[in-house]
Design a protein around this ligand. Sequence first.
Ligand SMILES: N[C@@H](CCC(=O)N[C@@H](CS)C(=O)NCC(=O)O)C(=O)O
Length: 228
Amino acid sequence: MDLVSTITLSITLSNLYKMKLRLIYPDLPFWRVETSRIALFYGGIEFEDIRPSREEISKMKIDGTFPFGQFPILQVDGKTLAQTGAIARFCGKLSGLYPINDDFAAAKVDEVIDLATDINKQMSPALREKDPKLRMELRQELSEAILPRWLGFLEKLLEDNGDTGYFVGESFSVADLAIWRLCGWISSGIIDGLSVNLLDSLPLLNNHQTIISNLPKVAEWVEKHQKV
Ligand SMILES: N[C@@H](CCC(=O)N[C@@H](CS)C(=O)NCC(=O)O)C(=O)O
């Protein structure tokens, strides 16, 4: 068999074989899972979008469903994959939203997803604080100092990538989905005490939100599923 026939045959076989994908996270559009949900939807990849209740999550924590006690997880033909970044990369590859022939571009996508994780970590103390007065103080510090600095890093990445509208190169990737959803959450007003105007002074990031929201498949997903 010549090379072209071999490649054609393997593409045909891989199209015939469908992985069974089960993505598990509560019924929330949080960036950690929404990045992968939308990537799969965008790529037309079939998956079970499993949204367990609080009680079901508690049971899953005990029965070992979550290998590190955390979610999201993705089950692939019965095997479990944990960690937001790993899941997003995997789903991105399946969906054509992750660079496969350019190692540097792939690393830049990873960089953005890791930055989303860091920004999320920066926010955690102010989100989790139980004392109401201290919580508001921490959220004020988030609004006035911490987030302007970290969101500024995102603005700079967009600037460095030139006038493409995306975070990496000239095409839409899972990096764009991760930041779009993270920033959508941050500026939604759902987090009491956090300014809703944090993106106003960041024109490229603000514009990026609009670009991603207007992608037809993203808009279709939001229309079907999204709360805040
Ligand atoms: N390193 C993990 C962290 C995931 C994480 O912190 N998930 C939160 C939900 S967003 C969680 O599982 N928290 C434990 C809990 O709520 O009990 C990842 O990157 O996916």
